[in-house]
Write a protein that binds this ligand. Structure first.
Ligand SMILES: O=C(O)CCC(=O)C(=O)O
Length: 271
């Protein structure tokens, strides 16, 4: 029997870890063939992104050009339109956010040998001001290569998803970070409040390709404007569930209001 598979934590163990540490690893959600095919799709997409004039090095994000950033995965490749609503990913997202989530972004970061860490941050803090009292965001990170400390796996601070404002950060938060370790094909789920950064890739020849599916509560504006980013023909061909979760339908920030008005109506009907 394959030891790593028998030791693999189940989805329920992953949920427990996510609640405790703010991060959990679910190993080998994708088989080797699917993972390799997605890795090829990512290489093609990075090339296409460049051909269309996209910048894969953003100096405000990364300290040097050894990180290849690929944005608009959803607009550029059908594989990623499928992956963003993978049932296991959606199950983890719904556990944390409920079913009123939307897709805020889907991007890739390929850390090449020599890449260095970006600034420490929490993704929920990128889209909503403090206090961060509840999970309003989650990242589902797809590992398309084996990820480990040496090749720059994401470094995170266990338990930092419970920090509510910048005042809760200690003096040297980087000293508290640890790298996750996950084989290619794994999901790493990260509560949006967890403080983290990319690791430095100190290997000579190992790439680290990760995809970041970013999901938020639907009352938070997505990181990108899908109406503008996606080509009209791409939007026209989207399946209904993806169309809705990208917020492309006619109604937008109305779910909270609907629930509130219903609750008030129910209250008034009580004697
Ligand atoms: O690449 C990584 O490990 C982390 C990337 C990240 O946190 C970001 O781009 O916001």
């Amino acid at each position: 029997m394959n030891m790593s598979q028998s030791a693999a934590p189940s989805l329920s163990a992953c949920r427990a870890m996510l609640a405790k540490d703010g991060v959990c690893v679910l190993p080998r959600v994708l088989d080797a063939e699917t993972t390799a095919a997605l890795r090829r799709s990512l290489t093609e997409t990075a090339e296409l992104y460049r051909q269309k004039g996209g910048e894969t090095f953003l100096p405000y994000l990364d300290p040097n050009d050894r990180n290849i950033r690929v944005f608009n995965l959803i607009g550029l490749h059908p594989d990623f339109r499928k992956l963003i609503l993978h049932p296991t990913a959606v199950s983890l997202v719904e556990d944390l956010l409920g079913d009123g989530f939307m897709i805020s972004n889907f991007t890739a970061n390929i850390a090449l040998p020599g890449s260095a860490s970006m600034a420490l941050h929490a993704d929920q803090a990128l889209v909503a001001p403090a206090p961060w009292l509840e999970p309003w965001a989650i990242n589902i990170i797809w590992c398309l290569d084996d990820a480990n400390e040496a090749n720059g796996a994401t470094r995170y601070i266990p338990g930092s998803h419970l920090w509510q404002s910048l005042d809760d950060l200690p003096d040297d938060p980087m000293a508290l970070t640890r790298a996750f370790e996950a084989p290619a094909g794994s999901i790493v789920a990260m509560d949006g409040r967890t403080w983290h950064t990319s690791g430095a890739n100190v290997t000579k020849d190992k790439e680290r390709a990760l995809l970041f599916g970013y999901y938020t509560q639907d009352f938070i504006r997505p990181q990108v404007n899908w109406n503008v980013l996606l080509a009209p023909e791409t939007i026209a061909a989207l399946p209904a569930d993806l169309f809705n979760k990208l917020g492309l339908g006619p109604s937008a920030n109305s779910r909270q209001g609907g629930a509130l008005l219903k609750a008030m109506k129910d209250r008034q009907l009580q004697p």
